[in-house]
Design a protein. Structure first.
Lengths: 315, 289
């Protein structure tokens, strides 16, 4: 669906994007992550045909893509981070959507607009001026606008930024439901916990280079050599960590207060053997859980590793 | 290209609709019509048994003195030779065309900075669509305003027993194309600079330079000034819409249809060239704020 080869964008001597290869198949929810200034926006702008790559190729839907391919742009829906304030503010939601539907030559536009407004619970507000819309309503309107032409790919830039918890859930459900209908979703966001919930695959970009791209579970497991089981006990005997270390699957154990932290090997579920061992020692576990590594931790680790690696190479 | 033009027409139609809802356009059109009507009424008051006597009306006395100072007495004589409508037409159309040009410059720069143009080009539209939309909207409003002013003057001519004059139709065509080239300059200004205020300042600056050089080319004050203005005019003439408007005016005076047509075509060509330049620049620069 989206394929790039050696994508480069230079601004003078500075390479904002330096040889990125992406391959995003149909129907995937793809998260595009990176710290500020990593080259995310430059990459997205090239993928959208807003700016030209300095070098490299972009293929969309199996065809070579360039800013002149307006026919291919019809098949892309874009939700920018912010809706332009102060422009079109006097239009009603329906009028605004009709305008964009005309640009995209949407067949049976009123029917389509009505259906999409219903889908995000905005049908009751279709005659209200968009200047009076809240941030959440504007975001939903923006997503509807992007969906008007029934695009094959939906690009979302910070889709839940500034939304309240209900708004976040509604947008998340909408993204997932659009994906179930077969749409490819490309999301760029700093809300890593949310990306973790919805993305099939993520890519991490740093200093213009793709430093990681994999399925969510692989990204998380890749950076963690050991996993941790944290057990809260009524009391922790002083000799307990040493006895736990003797278990064959345990790499390390330590106690702090009444919490025992057990580092275990990567493969397998060892919660039950740990619980059984504690019972055999006559101890009562108040809680036992394996600490899952979050995407946020993975992101920080991977980007920091990259910075250290680059520093060592003197780049 | 077909998709780009089609999107341009949709955006242009929307912009036209918004402009027609804006009170500014009607205010400037009313000001123009009132000014034109005042000039026609003043002209009738300046006619005595010996014909048109500007001194008979304080308004026309002031106008003829000012215009003689800027463009020379011959120019003024020719301007009023067929009655008041030629000058009244220019005076009535000037506020509308200046308003349209500045509103377009402001709007383009503002929408570009707000990210609205970028939002449009995420779809099947590009910079060319937006330029085309803005230019077509200005042309339609300009043509509509000229038609309305001409209709009002035709009524006034019938009521005052005056003739619109053979130059009037040529003047309509020339003013339409002259305003088109200024609209194109305005678009170019909004594309090359960042903020709306800078775009307006640049546009007004360019218009002022063209006006001064145009006025200078008519005036013989002293040898050094004439040399200076002639040199500047020669350098700027090929990009100044006033130069081609002057060519049309002189062609009409001399009864040379070829010169008139050449002037009209060159004005249209200049506008097309400016729009094309705008398209190339926006393609290279992009539409990002």
């Amino acid at each position: 669906m989206i394929r790039t080869r050696g994508l480069v964008k230079r601004y003078g001597a500075f390479a904002a994007v330096n040889g990125i290869d992406l391959n995003i198949p149909r129907g995937e929810i793809y998260g595009f992550l990176g710290p500020n200034g990593a080259g995310k926006t430059s990459t997205i702008m090239m993928l959208l045909g807003i700016t030209r790559p300095t070098a490299g190729e972009i293929h969309l839907f199996g065809e070579r893509y360039s800013p002149r391919r307006l026919d291919l742009r019809r098949r892309i829906g874009v939700v920018p981070e912010k809706h332009p304030r102060g422009v079109w503010h006097w239009m009603s939601a329906a009028e605004y959507l009709r305008f964009f539907a005309d640009i995209f030559e949407v067949p049976r536009r009123n029917e389509r607009i009505g259906m999409l407004l219903e889908k995000v619970d905005l049908a009751a507000f279709q005659k209200r001026r968009i200047g009076d819309f809240s941030r959440g309503m504007l975001q939903k309107l923006s997503i509807i606008r992007a969906l008007l032409a029934d695009p094959d790919i939906l690009f979302l830039d910070e889709p839940i930024s500034g939304l309240d918890p209900l708004g976040i859930k509604q947008v998340r459900d909408l993204i997932l439901s659009e994906n179930r209908e077969g749409r490819t979703i490309f999301i760029s966001s700093h809300q890593l916990s949310e990306m973790e919930k919805i993305c099939d695959r993520v890519a991490i970009i740093s200093r213009g280079k793709l430093i990681a791209e994999d399925a969510m579970e692989s990204i998380l497991s890749r950076i963690s050599s050991d996993r941790e089981i944290r057990v809260e006990l009524e009391t922790v005997p002083a000799a307990l960590p040493a006895r736990v270390k003797d278990l064959p699957f345990v790499r390390d154990a330590a106690a702090e207060g009444n919490v025992l932290t057990v580092k275990i090997q990567r493969e397998g579920d060892f919660r039950k053997p740990v619980a059984e061992f504690l019972i055999s020692q006559g101890l009562v576990a108040l809680s036992l859980a394996e600490k899952a590594l979050s995407l946020e931790e993975a992101f920080i680790t991977i980007t920091q590793e990259n910075v250290v690696e680059l520093a060592e190479r003197g780049e | 290209m077909r998709i780009s033009i089609r999107s341009g027409l949709v955006i242009g139609w929307r912009q036209l609709f918004e402009s027609l809802l804006s009170p500014g356009f009607y205010v400037m059109l009313s000001v123009g019509l009132a000014l034109g009507s005042l000039l026609v009424a003043g002209f009738t008051g300046s006619i005595d048994s010996s014909g048109f006597e500007p001194q008979a009306s304080p308004l026309y006395d002031l106008i003829s003195r000012s215009l003689s100072g800027a463009f020379g007495a011959t120019f003024v004589e020719k301007l009023f030779a067929e009655g008041p409508f030629l000058f009244a037409l220019v005076a009535a159309f000037l506020p509308v065309s200046v308003y349209l040009a500045i509103a377009s410059v402001f709007r383009f720069a503002q929408e570009k900075n707000a990210g609205a143009v970028e939002l449009l080009v995420y779809g099947p539209a590009d910079g060319t669509s937006y330029i085309l939309a803005a230019f077509l909207k200005d042309l339609i409003l300009s043509a509509g305003s000229l038609a309305l002013i001409a209709a009002a003057f035709a009524v006034e001519a019938a009521l005052t027993n005056l003739l619109l004059g053979p130059l009037f139709l040529w003047a309509l065509a020339a003013l339409f194309l002259l305003s088109a080239s200024f609209f194109a300059y305005g678009l170019l200004c909004s594309i090359v600079v960042v903020s709306s205020s800078s775009a307006i300042a640049l546009f007004l600056g360019i218009s002022l330079v063209f006006s001064l050089v145009f006025a200078g080319s008519f005036t013989i004050v002293s040898a050094p000034v004439r040399t200076l203005s002639s040199t500047a005019a020669a350098l700027l003439s090929w990009i100044s819409p006033f130069f081609y408007a002057g060519m049309i005016f002189r062609g009409v005076q001399a009864g040379s249809q070829g010169a008139v047509l050449a002037g009209l075509l060159l004005l249209a060509f200049l506008s097309a060239l400016l729009v094309l330049a705008g398209r190339l620049i926006i393609d290279a620069k992009g539409v990002r704020a």
